[in-house]
Structure formats: C-alpha cells, structure tokens
Design a protein. Structure first.
Length: 323
C-alpha cells in the first residue's frame, strides 16, 4: 500500500500526545503542500505487535523519550523503526530557533530532564542497538547549548551498551569552543552537523543560523580527529552552481561523510517546495561527491541524516579516531 507519509496514522503521535507548539505557524503566508511525485511515495504496511516498529514505539513511549523521527515527521520512520533504529532527540521537543523548513516545534523550551541520559541509555540497552544516533533541539537558552547533556548521554550509553557505536547530530552551539570540547571529551564515534542548505538560501531558510559559522564548526570537529559528517537538503531553490560550491565547501572544511535528500514541506506555513529532484539527479550528485573525495555518500529523495547510519559507519569504521 502507498501512503502520503504525513497521513499515515503510525507516523505521528496521537493528538493528545502531540506537542501543541507544532501548530504554531512558521510564517504569515499559506503555501499549500504539493502532490508528491511517484518516487516520493512510501510503501508501508500496518504494524503488528510482534513487529520491530511496535517494539521501538513501545520503548520510546514507555520511557517518554523524543525521537526526531516523529518530531520532524521523517518519511523513513516505518523503514528505520522496523530495522530497530531510531534517532533520539535530546533536550526536549521545543527548539529555540524557527527554521522555515523544519517541523520541530519552536518556542520557549522546558528545563532539561536530568534523567533523560539514563533513560536513553537504558532504551539503547533494551533494544540491543549496535549503532545509535543522538540529536537535539537547539537550546540557545543554555550557556553550553546543551553540550553537557549530550556528553552525559554518551557516557551513560557507553556504561550500559559499550559495544554500541555512537553518532551525534549536533546544533552549531554558536561555535563555542568550550561546548565543542565538552562533546569531544565524551568521545562519540561520529560527529554530524548539518549544513542543510546552500549559502545563498541561508538568510531565507534558516535565518538564525550562519553558513560560515557551520563550516567553522565542521572544521573544528575534523581538526580534532573525529569522523565528520554533514547533510544537505535539495528542492529549496538551489542551483547546480550552488550545490557544487556547497559540496566543495564541506569537503574543504573536513567533512568526509555526506547525506543528500529531498526537502518535503511539513505544513502550509512552512517554506514551499521549489522542486522535486528526480532520483537520477541524486545519483549524479552522489557521483560528484565521490569525485570530490567524500568517503561515504547517501544520496536519494528519501535520504535523511540518519538514513542507514549504521551501515555507513561500518563502511568507514577503520578510520575511527583512536581512544
């Protein structure tokens, strides 16, 4: 069966459990969502209690954890949860920034849950994960941007599931040296910071971020010996020249692992999709990225930052920083 991913009931929490701030408009303009091309439609089946998807959902809901899979309306939720993989979203489900493309709620965040690192680590242990991805909302209200919360979670996971490799998808921490050093001390295996879009579109798409600051953060990560990853979303109005320049910038600033995917408009007040990129164009960008020198590249309409992250980690595991 084919479903538009935002209409399938298992992709989102019930109305009672959904963060009401998700309903806040991103802009004053209404941009009706466009019909999806055939290559963007996802084949799913309704889960049974014995399915891995149901196991992951039960684990997440029992421990009252957040996942970017649900909070950002990822189209791969069914696929990834059936593989017993999920991306835990730390520090709550309210972001301090209002990016035009993102479906995570924005507003004034709640205080950090001091028990969250323990709960996430216990969840990783219970699911028997071999590779876990941790991300977080932007917490510009915190002096360290949430870096200590990341570090505490990494440490707890290493305690309960030492064989599990850990990938973190971090905000820019406003490029604060002290925040990045806190993260480095916890020694995750991969550090990802998504560039998201090309430099020309930053002021429109993500006005509270800065393209050059993100590149600065990626350079800092790479210079400290960590596998450095970033992601780009297409369909926002970028040109071929824009993308070529962005890929070269990422490589020149130390990124060696790359994801490229299609932007999907979460709702009518979000930034509208400018174009749906066909699969063959994603293949072209994959080949281009490998020619530039990237070590691992996932490129396709449904690719997201954590897409098959465990497999791409395995491909590059021989290049991990030494403890």
């Amino acid at each position: 069966m084919f479903f538009h991913f935002t209409k399938w009931p298992h992709f989102k929490k019930s109305k009672e459990g959904m963060n009401p701030l998700k309903k806040k408009p991103r802009s004053k303009h209404l941009n009706p969502t466009q019909p999806l091309p055939d290559w963007m439609k996802v084949r799913v089946s309704f889960p049974k209690e014995s399915d891995a998807l149901s196991t992951v959902r039960a684990e997440v809901e029992t421990k009252q954890l957040h996942t970017v899979c649900e909070s950002a309306s990822c189209p791969n939720l069914n696929h990834c949860w059936n593989r017993k993989t999920a991306t835990y979203m730390l520090a709550g489900d309210i972001c301090t920034r209002r990016c035009q493309y993102c479906d995570v709620a924005f507003g004034k965040p709640k205080p950090l849950d001091s028990e969250e690192p323990e709960k996430v680590a216990r969840s990783v242990e219970a699911l028997g994960l071999k590779h876990v991805v941790l991300t977080a909302v932007n917490r510009d209200d915190l002096k360290d941007g949430g870096a200590n919360h990341f570090a505490a979670t990494i440490t707890k996971i290493k305690t309960y599931r030492p064989e599990c490799s850990i990938e973190v998808l971090i905000p820019d921490f406003k490029a604060k040296e002290e925040s990045l050093q806190i993260l480095y001390a916890a020694k995750p295996n991969i550090i990802n910071h998504n560039i998201e879009t090309v430099e020309r579109l930053f002021p429109t798409i993500t006005p509270q971020k800065n393209y050059r600051r993100s590149l600065e953060v990626l350079t800092h990560i790479a210079k400290h010996g960590f596998l450095t990853k970033s992601g780009l979303i297409l369909g926002l109005g970028e040109t071929e020249e824009d993308v070529n320049q962005c890929l070269q910038d990422l490589y020149d600033h130390g990124v060696r692992m790359l994801t490229i995917g299609q932007y999907l408009q979460p709702g009518p007040t979000h930034y509208p999709v400018q174009s749906f990129i066909p699969p063959e164009t994603f293949q072209m960008w994959k080949e281009t990225a490998y020619q530039i020198g990237f070590k691992t590249v996932a490129s396709g309409p449904l690719v997201r930052s954590s897409y098959h992250a465990d497999e791409y980690f395995a491909e590059d595991s021989l290049n991990l920083p030494k403890e």
